[in-house]
Design a protein around this ligand. Structure first.
Ligand code: ADP
Ligand code: ZN
Ligand code: MG
Length: 393
């Protein structure tokens, strides 16, 4: 058996949760269902209109960079990325090329190349018959793009990177980052080599709308490439963009990859250059960051031994808050009861003082664990004093 070396680099887009769009005053509302209501002459590229950058979007990208211990550029600018497609009204997308806002840093120990800010495109609907409809509500919505170095070596690590980024974006309030809603889009670049000292030819996979699909698509691509190597047909691995067919659970060739030259990038003359170190108080912003997911994880690990249980509290804000609000001497037991006995809908209405007291009674051995389950259920449903209730059994 020959050894093969998989390499993965991720490109991840996330729509920023700002009130307005990136370069105009239109509402940024991912939940708007009526097409083409959040549009104006600027985002529809009427002649004579000028873009004005949304400072809050820039701030959100900087927050992500600060959380990842990245370098925040002092000088930054916007560039035009030229291409023609019905969903980009101007015939170019405003993006960043040479001077991204953020560079370096790491997440899950995987190195980040850069994070830049751009505008989203409109949304084409091809599923209505012999024609295409375009909804421009999304055109001009602020979009961050994070690019990793080619340093990930398994499908699972790649998906976990994306999961951790989603959690970070939600913790920071930067993006809702739902994959199913297209608020976060993960595009893995994948290659396989039979030589540990050099990379194979990479393909990029698009249209992945769940973490599971990210994992499956990478596994599928690596298996496809390995089969080609083993058949002596590795020259058939070409640099291209592939789509993911969710029904067939396979990838398919979409188009050969364009390179940066094709886009004729150049600085957008309609937008001012940015001096970020004077426009933002970076030290203050760093101080104001909330507790980050990996910090929460470390804090919970000190109180809860079971790592799967810890992860539930790291991922689920409501359960985390219930844990923190419930006073008891028995944190592990508290964690167990919150996960096993408190339904999502009951989290907010649980009386934490009596809930904590009931947990103490169980933890101190005053109540058996079987009776304890009933007691906890009663407290959660109807409240009341645990000692009185327990006296009834
Ligand atoms: P391109 O110019 O084709 O867009 P980039 O150098 O910008 O390529 O890289 C895009 C993404 O592809 C990055 O996430 C990078 O880490 C990843 N990447 C680059 N080379 C490889 C490779 N051989 N295998 C897997 N991923 C790669
Ligand atoms: Zn607009
Ligand atoms: Mg690129």
């Amino acid at each position: 058996m020959k050894t093969y070396y998989p390499t993965i680099g991720l490109e991840i887009h996330a729509e920023l949760a700002t009130a307005s769009k990136m370069f105009c005053g239109c509402k940024n509302d991912p939940d708007e269902t009526r097409p083409n209501v959040n549009i104006c002459p600027v985002c529809m590229a009427h002649p004579g209109t000028l873009p004005v950058a949304n400072k809050n979007a820039i701030k959100k990208v900087i927050q992500v960079g600060l959380a990842l211990d990245s370098t925040i550029a002092d000088f930054s600018e916007f560039d035009r990325k030229n291409y023609f497609y019905p969903d980009i009204p101007k015939g170019y997308q405003i993006s960043q090329y040479k001077y991204p806002i953020v560079s370096g840093g790491a997440l899950n120990n995987f190195k980040i190349t850069r994070i830049h800010l751009e505008e989203d495109t409109g949304l084409s609907k091809h599923d209505r018959g012999d024609f295409t409809l375009v909804d421009y509500n999304r055109a001009g919505v602020p979009l961050m793009e994070l690019v990793t170095e080619p340093v990930i070596h398994s499908a699972q690590d790649a998906a976990n990177f994306a999961r951790e980024l989603q959690l970070l974006l939600r913790t920071l309030g930067v993006s809702e980052a739902n994959l199913e809603k297209g608020e976060m889009r993960v595009e893995p670049n994948i290659s396989l080599s039979d030589d540990p000292n050099k990379f194979g030819t990479k393909v990029e996979v698009k249209n992945l709308n769940s973490f599971k699909s990210v994992e499956k698509a990478i596994e599928y691509e690596l298996a496809r490439m390995q089969a080609l190597y083993e058949a002596g047909r590795q020259d058939e691995i070409v640099q291209e963009t592939r789509g993911w067919d969710e029904n067939k659970q396979t990838t398919f060739s979409q188009r050969s990859k364009e390179n940066a030259n094709d886009y004729r990038y150049f600085p957008d003359p309609d937008l001012p250059k940015m001096k970020l170190h004077s426009a933002f108080d970076l030290e203050q912003m760093k101080k104001e960051l909330p507790e980050l997911p990996w910090q929460t994880r470390e804090r919970f690990k000190k109180e809860i031994k079971n790592p799967e249980l810890v992860e539930i509290f790291v991922q689920d804000r409501a359960r985390k808050e219930l844990f923190e609000a419930t006073p008891t001497k028995h944190p592990e037991l508290k964690a167990n009861y919150i996960v096993s006995s408190v339904a999502g809908a009951d989290i907010g209405k649980t009386d934490v003082a009596t809930f904590g007291k009931a947990i103490d009674m169980i933890g101190d051995g005053q109540v058996t664990s079987t009776a304890g389950k009933t007691l906890i259920a009663e407290i959660i449903q109807n409240g009341g004093d645990p000692e009185t209730i327990h006296g009834l059994y």
